[in-house]
Design a protein. Structure first.
Lengths: 184, 184
DNA sequence: TCGATGACAACAGATGCTGTCATCACCGCA
DNA sequence: TGCGGTGATGACAGCATCTGTTGTCATCGA
């Protein structure tokens, strides 16, 4: 394989997204992805632990959010800490076009939707541990993190459909919606 | 299979739980489960679409909750509807001993944890659709359902650790905790 | 009694994923 | 210029999951 080509991982990710879009996830084999990227099937598994992960490896969202939590003002309430961290999440997103293609592919396949869910749950777990380091009790930390992830889903869903709004606006809007809903 | 024997599906479920406990999920093959239940590997797949599902097939939780939502008083707020439905969820749970064994097996394996998450997400989706039938806008319905599922996780986690408390008490407690957390 | 139905076994095959070893390009260094 | 080390890759073998298909047997209803 020529060395002047860009890195193998990026080629695999692009080839996989392309193939998943045209053929569907299940109908494309790992050998096809690897072949389109100029590698062998075995080499694919050197870059990604399994076939699904090729769509999820690039994100640095978790590290970004955790860093924001760790540098948040000490007197902030846990919920507010996560909310303000979330408001800056668009800093690590790739282009909206890429996100939309990815979302469509994921939504079209149950196995990928599963992986997406567990990735979000991983983020929730990391956020919960970050809260624990601020002194929040573990059970409550996980609870608040789960709720904030729900807010994130609500906000990003609107964000993908409405390019005009900023993510932090939509986060605040979802939080207000939640307060409204839970108030008797 | 003789009629006086218990059904094949139940035998497969029990054999699988047993084997997963002693050998771990990955190290037990479908052929082993089927063999322990007196069936062939091929027959296993007539009862369950895949190996993981043998641990998740029995639950009628979703149908129970949806039924509760559909018979709820029309003037209740969406959040309250789901909360009161959740409070009756213990009516469809099996024995605590069975639940604990199951939880341990699931927690010990990432693939099973994934499936557990997606099952909860399925419940959230069903609850959201039930809310839509009451006139709630789809995006908000899903949002509220996700939040209520977070409440459910918080409550059941406490419930498994504390046999004394009732589930509906713990649900109300988690809801109060949420109101407290989101109030500025 | 006969035909339909359903449960099951048996077999073949595609695919995901892993372990192992050989190979080759490149690197620093003498 | 040549040498050895290192890391990436290819080649190959193998196991397990899951699917499609077919044949057999028991059961059930007309």
């Amino acid at each position: 394989m020529p060395r002047w080509e860009s890195d193998a991982q990026g080629r695999l990710e692009r080839a996989a997204l392309e193939l998943f879009e045209t053929q569907g996830f299940e109908r494309t084999t790992v050998a096809q992805i690897a072949g389109a990227a100029g590698l062998t099937e075995r080499s694919f598994y050197r870059y990604f632990p399994d076939k699904r992960e090729v769509l999820f490896a690039g994100s640095e969202l978790e590290a970004h959010l955790v860093a924001r939590v760790e540098t948040a003002a000490p007197d902030l309430m846990p919920f507010e800490v996560l909310l303000t961290a979330l408001g800056t999440a668009d800093e690590v997103f790739r282009s909206r076009e890429f996100l939309l293609r990815r979302v469509k592919v994921i939504a079209a396949n149950p196995a990928l939707a599963e992986r997406d869910l567990i990735k979000l749950a991983d983020v929730a777990g990391a956020l919960a541990r970050a809260l624990e380091r601020r002194g929040v009790e573990p059970g409550e930390a996980r609870f608040i993190a789960d709720v904030v992830i729900a807010i994130a889903r609500r906000a990003t869903s609107r964000w993908l459909a409405d390019p005009a709004a900023t993510l932090s606006e939509l986060i605040a809007q979802a939080a207000a919606e939640l307060r409204e809903a839970v108030t008797p």
